[in-house]
Design a protein around this ligand. Structure first.
Ligand SMILES: [Zn+2]
Length: 60
């Protein structure tokens, strides 16, 4: 169950190489090793996050 890597496809139509980048690279930009295109690693979409509800402390 290790989602330690994210697979993204190079947007370069002449490349389209599938890159496996570390999950920690989400939201960052990586460079395609094949063509050198900078690719932004999307944030995770699947696995719906449990909605984090920040507790707003109302002032008295
Ligand atoms: Zn590429």
């Amino acid at each position: 169950m290790g989602e330690s890597t994210v697979r993204i496809m190079c947007p370069n139509l002449t490349c389209r190489k599938v890159l496996a980048v570390p999950a920690v690279a989400r939201g960052k930009t990586v460079r395609c090793r094949s063509c050198g295109t900078n690719i932004r690693v999307p944030e995770t979409k699947k696995a719906p996050k449990p909605t984090e509800q920040p507790q707003t402390n109302e002032p008295d």
